[in-house]
Ligand binder design. Structure first.
Ligand code: SF4
Ligand code: SF4
Length: 438
């Protein structure tokens, strides 16, 4: 590799270097405790998926170019050039990582391997080796933000269609999905698709909330490619909207990474403090149920039901109790997974893996741990507030024939609400399906 190229790649480490990163690179004791924490290593026993090994590739470049001992005798101090072989290994071990941070939870020094891997993603980008699919999705989101007038009518028409369904199911002709409402208390940021909008709209309308919906989706592929600049731009779309409308809080839908981007990273990336709160929609729903703002049937679910903590909602954002309290408010037989909460196993689909075909085998193999965990509860109904996790668990259901139904928490809540128009709405859907021959 040419000197100039090496200098470009090592420049990424130099740019991202701070005290925290230096500490992570210096203190790993190679105890290998993290190996038993990583679902990918446990499932495959493949050395390249061992968390410390993934970080070791960056550590080797760091040793050769940023430590005196490594500069003088790289062979002795395990210094290494970022050559083609290293970059190939780095690509696989980095993009395979789901960012679950279970390894950090068990590491005696709390080394955040995912943080080190954001440096790896920067190096891979500088070497022209990013994941194309994720890169395209991130660029498309930024394009949409920069040229929104092109998309506005389609987006608003989509909301109007869903609004008609909200009016039908609630039996309330005044139920709304407000857009661009200045002075609303809540800006709700959904994912693309009715599944993320309709149940939230039913709940907000029944709770008589002063809300408005964001014109932009919550999903953030810039985060998955480890590009803070792109991730910030994607989140800016709804953060700027929140500022313009003067809302009191931004409420992020049931999506793990989007919540973490909005709540944990956006202020750091933008260098500005938000003049509003950022909450996960589960926190709001839990409050509505506990305050009696929405009514739910406590016997709505009588079959055994379990709950999967998405890594970005649970271990990495600390939301454990609200979702459990919601499910318990609707169900008579709640069964927690073992282990759960901070120790929860990753489902195997995070980090954008569900969108990357090349990792499908690894995704299914490493997800077997989750499939076994679910089966051990005896429940055939599982709820989880993250789209990636739900897609992964649906794929696991097909692969391992688990007879599983996967639902979002919002869907379960709406199913449990006494809604005036539900019967007529469901009958009309049945008629429509019968007419289509479904
Ligand atoms: S558990 Fe921590 S200190 Fe031990 S090998 Fe893994 S990263 Fe290094
Ligand atoms: S963050 Fe998760 S997938 Fe990545 S190395 Fe750590 S345990 Fe493995």
């Amino acid at each position: 590799m040419e000197k100039q190229q090496i200098s470009t790649l090592t420049g990424v480490i130099d740019k991202k270097m701070n005290r925290q990163l230096k500490q992570y690179l210096d203190i790993c004791a190679r105890c290998a405790i993290c190996k038993d924490a990583c679902h990918q290593y446990v499932a495959t026993q493949d050395f390249k998926y061992l968390p410390a090994r993934r970080a070791e590739l960056i550590r080797q470049i760091y040793k050769k170019y940023f430590t005196k001992s490594g500069q003088f005798v790289p062979e002795l101090y395990e210094g290494r050039d970022p050559d083609e072989r290293l970059l190939e290994e780095l690509y696989e071990s980095t993009y395979a990582c789901t960012g679950c941070r279970r390894c950090m939870f068990y590491c005696p020094f709390s080394i955040d391997t995912t943080w080190i891997l954001t440096v790896a993603k920067g190096i891979l980008a500088a070497a022209g080796m990013t994941n194309e699919m994720l890169e395209q999705l991130a660029d498309a989101a930024i394009f949409k933000g920069d040229n929104f007038e092109m998309f506005r009518d389609v987006v608003v028409d989509g909301f109007k269609d869903i609004e008609t369904q909200v009016q039908a199911i609630t039996g309330n002709p005044d139920a709304e999905i407000p857009v661009d409402k200045e002075g609303a208390d809540i800006l709700y940021v959904a994912l693309a698709g009715a599944h993320s909008i309709l149940p939230a709209a039913v709940i907000f309308n029944e709770a008589e909330a002063n809300w408005t919906i964001s014109l932009f989706e919550a999903a953030n592929y810039g985060y998955f490619i480890g590009d803070a600049e792109k991730a910030r731009k994607i989140a800016d779309r709804f953060m700027d909207e929140a500022l313009r409308l003067g809302v009191k809080e931004v409420v992020i839908t049931e999506c793990g990474h989007a919540y973490r981007v909005a709540e944990v990273f956006h202020e750091v990336w933008s260098g500005k403090k938000h003049p509003f709160k950022v909450r996960h929609v589960l926190e709001v729903m839990d409050e509505y149920i506990k305050d009696g703002r929405i009514k739910v049937d406590p016997n709505s679910i009588t079959e055994p039901v379990t709950y999967h903590d998405p890594c970005q909602v649970g271990r990495n954002a600390g939301i454990f109790d609200e979702p459990r309290d919601i499910v318990k408010a609707l169900a008579t037989d709640f069964r927690d997974l073992t282990p759960s909460r901070e120790e929860q196993w990753c489902c195997g689909g995070g980090g954008g893996l569900v969108a990357m075909e090349e990792f499908e085998d690894l995704r299914m193999k490493s997800g077997k741990i989750k499939a076994d965990q679910i089966s051990a509860t005896g429940a055939h109904l599982i709820a989880s507030p993250c789209e990636n996790c739900r897609l992964q668990m649906e794929d696991l259901d097909k692969k391992y024939e688990m007879d599983l139904t996967v639902k979002s928490i919002m869907e379960l809540v709406v199913d449990a609400m006494p809604l005036a128009g539900r019967e007529a709405y469901e009958a009309s859907i049945e008629r429509e399906n019968a007419a289509k021959g479904e």
